[in-house]
Design a binder for this molecule. Structure first.
Ligand SMILES: N[C@@H](CCC(=O)N[C@@H](CS)C(=O)NCC(=O)O)C(=O)O
Length: 246
């Protein structure tokens, strides 16, 4: 019997983008939930899959070893299938450029903004101000990119769009209005309507949402400190707010 493709993850943008890719390629796959708030990513078994202790991780028998980092996973699947990335030339590297923008800037910066928004109100004005300004700049960048072209990296839907889309859906959570970003709205709506995207989101919601909620609800203060990388020598924060809003 052939081994299945397995996607290890939680309900999060970096995992959803891989599920979208698998659905776009019509590949069969299994989902395995990783209890991040209970510290499962720090267990020896998980660290064998990804020494960085993060999801997503893809186990694809055609590759023969686990692969982490969502951008690398999208690139592997695109190369393997010959789809969703141009095969050569400047267009190929334009897709890589925008995939890197998502991986290096959009994901990490929007992630930091999300984190600071979860803290007790007024406790970290600098962090909130800094990451809020960066987030707005990045949303504007996405909007401007798709204002005069159909897709992020040009005239073809690609892994750059797949990588960016789940993060672009954070806009409303960041208390911004999509009406202020009309080009991004057109682009986001077009992706959201794709059958593969609808299937991926439904599957992640169905198979991961309740487990993810349960582990967040059950997390102790120690679990939260570990998850957020907080150590005893850091200033104390009220993390009750994080638990309530997650
Ligand atoms: N650059 C990585 C980021 C992965 C990442 O930050 N994953 C989060 C969940 S979305 C995680 O596993 N966090 C657990 C931890 O940091 O302990 C990617 O795109 O795959």
């Amino acid at each position: 019997m052939t081994q299945p493709i397995v996607l290890h993850g939680v309900m999060s943008p970096n995992v959803i983008k891989v599920a979208i890719m698998l659905e776009e390629l019509e590949l069969a796959y299994e989902l395995r939930h990783v209890a991040l708030f209970a510290g499962e990513q720090f267990t020896p078994e998980f660290l064998k899959l990804n020494p960085a202790g993060k999801v997503p991780v893809l186990e694809d028998p055609r590759l023969g070893r686990p692969l982490a980092e969502s951008g690398a996973i999208l690139f592997w699947l695109a190369e393997q299938s010959g789809m969703l990335i141009p095969q050569s030339g400047a267009d190929r590297y334009e897709v890589m450029q925008w995939l890197m923008v998502q991986m290096a800037s959009i994901g990490p910066m929007l992630g930091q903004f999300t984190h600071f928004r979860l803290l007790a109100e007024g406790s970290e004005p600098y962090g909130l101000g800094r990451y809020g300004a960066i987030a707005r700049k990045l949303y504007q960048l996405i909007n401007d990119r798709v204002a005069d072209r159909e897709w992020i990296a040009g005239e073809a839907y690609s892994i750059a769009d797949i990588a960016t889309f789940p993060w672009a859906e954070y806009l409303e959570r960041h208390d911004l209005s999509i009406d202020a970003y009309p080009a991004m709205k057109r682009w986001r709506d077009a992706i959201a309507a794709r059958p593969a995207v609808i299937r991926a989101k439904a599957r992640i919601m169905h198979e991961f949402a309740s487990d993810s909620m349960k582990t967040i609800a059950a997390a102790s203060q120690t679990d939260l400190d570990k998850f957020f990388g907080r150590t005893k020598d850091m200033p104390t924060q009220d993390f009750a707010a994080v638990k309530q809003q997650s």
